[in-house]
Every structure is written in C-alpha cells, then in structure tokens.
Design a protein around this ligand. Structure first.
Ligand code: AMP
Length: 216
C-alpha cells in the first residue's frame, strides 16, 4: 500500500500516520521529520533547510525530492509506505509519479484530512512529542495518562518544535494554500483523492481512513 496523507499543518497527518504504521506495518515517511533529523545532525541539507523551516516556508523541491527518492528505495518500503507532508507542491507531485512509475508502482490512495482553519493554531501551539520514541501529545486534547511520562516508552523527556508557534503557523498555512492545496484537484483528476473529516475524535478519523484503505 502506497499512501499520501494530505492536509494543512495540524490536520493530524502525523497522528494518523502513526496509527497506520502500527496497524499495517508500513513505514511513515515524513519529510518534516527527515529534515528535522538533518538539522539536528548538522548535515549540509540540514544547514540549508533550518532557516527556511523556522520561518514556516517550504524547503526547495530539489532537496525534498532527493530525500524521498533515496528513502523509498530502502528495503522497509518494499511493501509500501505512507507519505506524510510530501508531496507539498505540484513539482513534488509530478516527481512522485515519476519515481513510482519508474519502478512500475502506483499510488493506492491519497487521503485529504479536512479541518477548519480556526482550530489549527490551537492544535499546533499545544502539541509536543516524546523526545525518546516520538509519540505525539497535546496540552489539551491528548495528554499522557500519567502527567510528564510518555505512555508508550516511559520517558520523561518531551520536546516542542521551534516552528510550532502562532506566528509561524500563519506562514505555514499560507504555504499550504498557495503551494499544496492545488494537489487536491491534481489527485481528484487522477481518481485517487479521498477526503475525511479531520474535526472529529482521533479514533473516528482513523476509522474513516481505515474504511478507505480497505477499499483501496
Ligand atoms: P512538517 O513536519 O510536515 O510540518 O514540516 C515542517 C517543515 O519542513 C515545513 O514547514 C517545511 O519548511 C519543511 N518541509 C517538510 N516537508 C516539506 C516538503 N515536502 N516540501 C518543502 N518543505 C517541506
């Protein structure tokens, strides 16, 4: 299964991707995570990407396409993968198609998670992850069962993304509408697009996505 999760920042792509990983055993390829790892490691790519990411703008197509095309050749992608945060521009979407068709592969489905803009800033400003295992949490909507302790691995170290603040969210949303939202029409025309209501409970969104995957 080769799946794309589409939606603005804060729609819940990462949360839903983690659940699909657990259920279907295919990896989540998040370009945001890969770029953050490059920034932390201080690689050339990380150095070029950092300021752009901190400002909430998009990293160049050339960089992210190179990262993804290398990643999908890894053995753990043989049975499929979930693209989370990629493609984000029409150039990236065309490149995805070329990468897959070059291997004789096709996309199974593109799932758009729809949410109202006015809740995104609250969702993003409140989110954080476990510094050890990456499990996602939120100050209001998704607290750990025991305060300050990760449900999944027991770590007490949590972190917040530098770009998860109200000022940067505005720029990230603008980038989404300008560069990424045209992909909704692009995949609709290809007969690949499915939309789910991302405003409901996390479990309800998962159920909607699973119903789509069962038919894909
Ligand atoms: P995300 O974790 O998906 O919210 O991505 C965080 C940041 O990484 C974005 O605001 C961009 O600066 C950069 N980024 C992630 N994926 C892409 C992409 N496919 N194209 C361009 N920039 C990206």
């Amino acid at each position: 299964m080769r799946l794309i999760l589409l939606g603005p920042p804060g729609a819940g792509k990462g949360t839903q991707a983690q659940r699909i990983v657990e259920k279907h055993g295919i990896p989540q390829l998040s370009t945001g995570d890969m770029l953050r790892a490059a920034v932390t490691a201080g690689t050339d790519v990380g150095k070029r990407a950092k300021a752009v990411m901190d400002a909430g703008k998009l990293v160049s197509d050339e960089i992210v396409i190179a990262i993804v095309s290398e990643r999908i050749d890894a053995p753990d992608c043989a049975n499929g993968f979930i693209l989370d945060g990629f493609p984000r521009t029409l150039v990236q979407a065309d490149a995805t198609e070329a990468m897959l068709s070059g291997k004789g592969l096709d996309l199974s489905a593109v799932v758009e998670i729809r949410v109202d803009d006015d809740i995104l800033a609250d969702r993003i400003a409140g989110r954080y992850t476990c510094g050890n295992c990456g499990a996602g949490y939120h100050d209001e909507n998704l607290k750990p069962k025991v305060e300050g302790v990760c449900d999944k691995c027991g770590s007490t170290h949590f972190k917040r993304r530098p770009d998860d603040n109200r000022e940067t969210v505005r720029t990230r949303l603008q980038a989404y509408y300008k560069e990424t939202s045209p992909l909704i029409g692009y995949y609709h025309c290809k007969g690949k697009l499915h939309s789910v209501d991302g405003m409901g409970e996390i479990d309800a969104v998962t159920a909607e996505i699973e119903a789509i995957l069962a038919r894909a």
